[in-house]
Ligand binder design. Sequence first.
Ligand code: 4AD
Ligand code: MG
Length: 481
Amino acid sequence: MYKNKRIKIVDLLRSEEFDSSVTVKGWIRNRRVSKNVAFLAVNDGSTVSNLQIVINNPADELMSKCSVGSSVSVDGCWAKSQGDKQLGELIADNLVVTGFADPEEYPLQPKKHSLEFLREIAHLRFRTNTFGAIFRIRHSMAYAIHKFFNDKGFVYINTPIITASDCEGAGEMFRVTTFDISNPPRKEDGSVDFAQDFFGRDTKLTVSGQLEGELAATALAEIYTFGPTFRAENSNTTRHLAEFWMVEPEMAFYDITDNMDLAEEMLKYLVKYALDNCKNDLEFLDKRLADEEKEKPQNQRSAMGLIEKLEFVLANDFARVTYTEAIDILVNSNHNKKKKFKYPVDGWGIDLQSEHERFLVEQHFKKPVILTDYPKDIKAFYMKQNDDGKTVRAMDVLFPQIGEIIGGSEREADYNKLITRMQEVHVPEKEMYWYLDTRRFGTVEHSGFGLGFERLILFVTGMTNIRDVIAFPRTPGNADF
Ligand code: 4AD
Ligand code: MG
């Protein structure tokens, strides 16, 4: 029907081939209509910038259909702009409304909506500038993760989503069953007989691909997983999801230092990739954040803008500190002495809360921190035990505003130490024979970590609620869409 092939707005907006005839398709974001001329701001998802469409002598009937949210197909002439805001504008020859959006019912208006409201209409929020920018950046970060590991020769492994083992040992798993839950088959003692269930055993959604990742790493040497993980923890915070994506590299022949080096290199690579490749979207989000900051009282404003913060991470080495040193810093801080923490730090052995992590990063070191050598009692069974008998070779990477963005460790490679620890914390060693086999047959020093993908996206976009960086968040009490 149209003579031209559709051109994307992102490409048109940088084209200097003026006076050529082009076809553009998209959705109307805004409109300004007067008697002799109408202007439509049209967006097709390829960029945060809208294209200005100029309609000379607009017909009333056509304009009544050009409501915000309607889809249009426009043939026109690409003309150099008079103003300097954009290179050009499209003078419409032929404009067709392909899908009308009734303005009485369409919930998005050309004004700033609250993030809370947009969460309620998450199926439509892709159509806002903010969410367009977030999801283009999220895509770029996923691509950059694959590129980073591919360029280093890592092998991408897909680990199972349905599993019978609890990697983190925290027991926060969703059950997978085909039983009629109101009437499952039972054993003589009254307990549910999972032997009759679909997989012939009790199965769950995985909390991590690490254990299977280790099986691959102890043959392919350097692997990574990148997939969905599930946690049935009842944490209604701005940093927790019940379904989130995790990137888990696992490497043979890496000790904890190699592991930390890789984590720091990867995070810097990803931040640099965003700065180099997502400029327009980052500039939009940077401005958005700056506008929000202006509404806060002076003493609550963050010192750095979004882009400044990303550049700052690139420019500085991460601080590397042991858990024991961190506890000393926290215990002796004025913040703790003045009882300003919600959870006071009373000494060695406590699990760090995100307020403590953020204090270390934002107030004390003023840069990202890698904390190592945590007490073994607050970490998972697979971590390499230190000679002190108290700590393990764990490493958590802590970021400003986020707290923990990466959790990882060197793994216990010694069969006897591992099995003893499994017994102490009641990990079923018989069922986990396959995991123990890596230590029975040609065991090697190895390490790995898990990056919470949404926490990375929080950092890169400057958003503050994790529900806003995944398309359809799953949180306690919410599985809409
Ligand atoms: O620290 P975690 O629990 O570590 C593991 O699962 C290891 N098996 C990883 C490994 O060594 N291969 O989780 C890793 C990261 C955290 O640092 C955090 O960024 C993210 O996953 N994460 C969550 N993100 C969103 N919602 C949640 N409920 C999360 N729980 C963990
Ligand atoms: Mg952790």
